[in-house]
Design a protein around this ligand. Structure first.
Ligand code: ZN
Length: 167
């Protein structure tokens, strides 16, 4: 899926979670929303010309040295471990009060990315790092194809509707 579709998915999931104030308090909204949007495109750091790797070139280079596209960075286990690491790392800094909304936002944003990528024929390695584990997909829609464009528009419409209802 293209980055704009992932951003649209990230925006929708942000609003869906913010609907439940028990998960994210008003002062946590901004770090949570930013982290969710970053998380929604972060797994494609493993792709040379992705939106995120073009902005974090040295980091993308290092990631691509250790994994293939749609490998480790698209694994729920690795995403969960990275989010925990993010949480623990922020906890010991002056930003400790943002540790939860940032780590939680990043986690669900990245998971929304994995779910959307499951619509492509390449699928995602849900059971990584189990060797030779199969890749999971729920559809065979081509990246950037007509169906993806329809999904993008649908996500934007639902997100706007969510936003209007919240006002
Ligand atoms: Zn991806």
């Amino acid at each position: 899926m293209q980055y704009k579709t992932h951003f649209a998915g990230g925006a929708l999931i942000t609003l869906a979670v913010l609907h439940h104030t028990e998960y994210v308090s008003p002062e946590q909204v901004v770090p949570f929303a930013v982290a969710t949007l970053i998380g929604s495109v972060a797994p494609d750091i493993d792709h040379k010309n992705s939106f995120i790797s073009n902005r974090l070139k040295p980091f993308g280079f290092l990631v691509r040295r250790t994994t293939t596209h749609r490998g480790a960075t698209h694994s729920p286990l690795i995403i969960g471990l990275f989010s925990l690491l993010l949480f623990s790392g922020l906890k010991v800094t002056e930003f400790s009060s943002y540790a939860y909304p940032i780590a939680f936002g990043f986690f669900i944003g990245a998971i929304s990315h994995v779910l959307l990528d499951m619509l492509n024929p390449q699928g995602v390695p849900l059971l990584f790092p189990i060797p030779k584990a199969k890749r999971f997909r729920i559809a065979h829609f081509r990246t950037g194809g007509l169906v993806e464009r329809v999904i993008f528009v649908a996500l934007v419409i639902v997100t706007i509707q969510f936003l209007l209802n919240a006002l």
